[in-house]
Design a binder for this molecule. Structure first.
Ligand SMILES: Cc1ncc(COP(=O)(O)O)c(C=O)c1O
Length: 383
């Protein structure tokens, strides 16, 4: 007898960016020279100090389980970072170290969302959010963010979307895919709507104007998910963390003990080095990303893609492709097959971005220029 899939698992939607990446890799195996602007990860190597710390940890035999919540040293270092950068005091007991911010999100929604609950979030949005929420029987209520307001979430629009079923508000600043950064006043207004807050701060450290504000500044009881993937170029190390109010921590600890046991021992040592020595590397990467952002926005605007607002953070440009298509998924595969350029289809980020493509500028200047050339040539002969 074959096992049926649970409706919970079968109800998940594919992460389309990964589908484009996987097809791009297949084409590369056939010898095609693909330029990757689809996947959302730094093209920089992980800082040397981080790699050296991991080597040293392996040599020292740190290859076993740690405390389920993560090493105290790392939790203290994470708490100290919030005090230093944001002036917010959090106890290390309120930090849970996880396998990437993705796992932190799984725990947060798993602990907070009941079947039938609604979670309010801006759209265009990170593709996995509705799937996380759906996995626990909830529903994401999408509040459109206005491109002409820099795609920043409007507190009044959020207020209008609140119903008796609303369980929490999910924030993401800087945002994937729009690059929107919530300025402190707006962050405060959203935090003051009175509902529980989950704040995905994974792109903190990657802003091109003012630094991003943590929700913890205005809501000490916010649940923050963050990690090492983006600002320290550590996507493959799979380390993140969750910060939550004390009363939730025992539940999160129990979840981690059962579902994951503990985060990787030697990766936590590497993360210590990232916190202690990685910020200069982040600053260098940020400077380069900022330049590439300007390059990419300029080149793709010339090609007829509308980019109403300059992204202020993360490393993405959401470019309106409605001049060329009303089906971004087909268009993304078309650019891949015909122009050897991999981009993310906007529809992955919600219906509001159905006619857009997301371009990641964590790619070299040459790659960005060459991608724009290829797209130009292809669109010219496509007619
Ligand atoms: C908005 C957002 N949140 C969370 C994640 C997950 O990151 P990780 O699990 O590597 O920490 C990503 C990855 O692209 C993201 O864009």
């Amino acid at each position: 007898m074959t096992a049926a899939m649970s409706t919970r698992a079968a109800g998940l939607q594919p992460f389309l960016v990964m589908e484009v990446l996987e097809r791009a890799q297949e084409l590369e195996r056939q010898g095609r020279p693909i330029i990757h602007l689809e996947v959302g990860e730094p093209d920089f190597a992980t800082p040397r100090a981080v790699c050296e710390a991991a080597h040293a940890a392996l040599d020292a035999g740190l290859t076993h389980y740690t405390h389920s919540m993560g090493t105290l040293r790392l939790r203290e270092a994470i708490a100290a970072r919030y005090a230093r950068l944001h002036g917010v005091e959090i106890s290390p007991d309120r930090v849970l170290v996880t396998g990437g911010s993705s796992l932190a999100m799984l725990y947060a929604f798993g602990a907070m969302v009941e079947p039938g609950d609604e979670v309010i979030a801006a759209t265009p949005h990170y593709p996995c959010y509705p799937n996380f929420i759906r996995f626990f029987g909830g529903r994401m209520v999408e509040v459109p963010s206005d491109p002409h307001d820099g795609y920043r979430l409007d507190p009044d629009a959020v207020r209008s979307a609140i119903t008796p079923r609303t369980r929490l508000i999910l924030l993401n600043s800087p945002s994937n895919p729009t690059g929107a950064v919530l300025e402190p006043d707006r962050m405060r207004a959203l935090c003051e709507l009175g509902l529980p807050i989950v704040s995905d701060e994974i792109y903190h450290g990657l802003t091109y104007g003012e630094p991003a504000t943590t929700a913890l500044r205005f809501r000490p009881d916010a649940v923050v998910v963050d990690g090492f993937s983006k600002r320290y170029a550590m996507t493959g190390w799979r380390l993140g963390y969750l910060i939550a109010p004390s009363f939730m921590m025992r539940t999160f600890q129990t979840m981690q003990q059962n579902l994951f046991i503990s985060p990787n021992a030697f990766v936590q040592e590497a993360a210590m080095a990232a916190l202690e020595e990685g910020d200069d590397d982040t600053a260098r990467m940020r400077e380069t990303y900022g330049r590439r952002r300007d390059l990419m926005v300029g080149l793709f605007r010339e090609l007829g893609f509308a980019i109403p607002a300059m992204p202020q953070g993360a490393f993405y440009v959401l470019a309106d492709a409605s001049r060329y298509t009303d089906d971004s998924l087909a268009f993304a595969f078309e650019l891949l097959e015909c122009a050897n350029v991999a981009v993310a289809p906007g529809v992955d980020f919600g219906e509001a971005a159905r006619r857009a493509i997301r371009l990641c500028y964590a790619a070299s200047d040459d790659a960005i220029r060459e991608a724009a050339n290829r797209v130009r040539e292809y669109l010219a002969c496509r007619g």
